[in-house]
Design a protein around this ligand. Structure first.
Ligand SMILES: Nc1ncnc2c1ncn2[C@@H]1O[C@H](COP(=O)(O)OP(=O)(O)OP(=O)(O)O)[C@@H](O)[C@H]1O
Ligand SMILES: [Mg+2]
Length: 327
């Protein structure tokens, strides 16, 4: 299958991310009794910041950029406000060749906007206004007129009515579904599990999968998730990933030990990286290797999109084992 002819609709959040870094005031300080860490920011003080980076984010826009950089067609569907942040999102997507003609505007809310304070240690504190990226209306999510191969859904802020409509329309149209649910979907595990019967690929991190199915190890979690979906993927940050398509199970380690500058977008780069290969007919192992390389590249730059890999980049091997899944 050639990537050129594959079309993916990417649905979910679109936000502007503003990163402030290189500040003494963002150094972590510990509470000696509780061991909790804080940024030192003093109330009433003016803190100097020596670096600012404007970027755009939101899981669905990050995913759409992986798809186009890999030579696939991507349609972004989500809601922004009538404001400069919304324009910044659109400009980035246009520049990356993502189809933005199905975007909707909120008359009531501003575009989601996050200020990310990056500590010199790589830790971060995020101030976030979710705005238009939490108030979704089913009428704005009509995929009935789009002929796509896949529907990729990141968090829909717990709007289960919109998710129901999207998934049933996708199935009716013969599209496959990959889902990377967020906190507000995971807060309702019963409702979420009910949706999974339509889902082809479920990709979440280990903590998240543990909220959905029984299991201690990533392997157990993946095997149990296969009761709901065809392909289950559990990522565990720098510890690696476990995935199965019901035939074999793949356990992979770290793609490369890199210095993490900003982990924003790691999960998006992983999930979308996987689908950008799987959708073209790549094997489970090859899709995992690319997903790992894509996310490892993203964490080395400030912003969720900058490190997303372009088509044709040379990959290297990674620690990985594939076994037949026990019946
Ligand atoms: N410190 C790291 N070094 C190298 N790669 C990393 C690191 N952290 C994350 N990654 C890569 O990113 C992938 C996804 O990370 P993780 O399991 O933390 O996802 P996540 O918790 O869903 O992330 P997000 O918070 O973005 O949703 C990992 O499988 C790995 O390939
Ligand atoms: Mg995630």
């Amino acid at each position: 299958m050639s990537g050129k002819n594959i079309k993916i609709i990417s649905v979910g959040a679109a936000v502007q991310d503003v990163f402030l870094s290189h500040s003494e005031e963002f150094l972590p300080v510990s509470d000696t009794s509780t061991k909790e860490q804080f940024m030192k920011l003093e109330l009433g003080a003016k803190a100097d910041v020596n670096n600012i980076t404007f970027a755009t984010g939101g899981g669905a826009t990050n995913a759409a950029v992986t798809f186009t950089r890999q030579g696939l067609h991507a349609v972004f569907m989500g809601t922004v406000g009538h404001d400069p942040a919304g324009q910044a999102v659109l400009d980035d997507l246009d520049q990356e060749g993502v189809d933005t003609s199905h975007i909707s505007y909120s008359d009531k809310y501003n575009t989601g906007y996050s200020v990310l304070l990056l500590a010199p240690t790589g830790e971060r504190t995020i101030l976030t206004y979710r705005g238009a990226s939490t108030h979704y209306h089913a009428k704005n999510f009509d995929i009935g007129t789009i002929d796509a191969d896949w529907l990729y859904v990141s968090s829909m802020a717990g709007c289960f009515d919109v998710l129901d409509k999207l998934f049933s329309d996708a199935k009716r149209k013969g599209m496959k579904i990959m889902f990377n649910p967020g906190k507000r979907e995971l807060a309702h595990p019963n409702k979420l599990r009910a949706l999974l019967e339509d889902v082809d690929i479920l990709s979440v991190n280990k903590e998240e999968m543990a909220q959905l199915v029984e299991g201690e190890s990533s392997e157990e979690l993946v095997v149990h998730a296969l009761n709901y979906v065809k392909v289950a993927i559990v990522s565990d940050g720098p510890k690696g990933v476990c995935a199965s398509d019901g035939k074999t199970i793949v356990k992979a380690g770290m793609y490369q030990d890199v210095k993490v500058i900003d982990r924003t977008g790691a999960g998006d780069a992983f999930g979308s990286g996987f689908l950008s290969q799987w959708a073209t007919g790549a094997s489970l192992v090859d899709s995992i290797v690319f997903a790992s390389a894509n996310s490892t590249s993203v964490v080395q730059y400030i912003g969720a999109k900058k490190g997303i890999l372009h088509h044709g980049v040379k990959l290297h091997q990674m620690p990985l084992q594939e076994q037949q899944l026990k019946a």
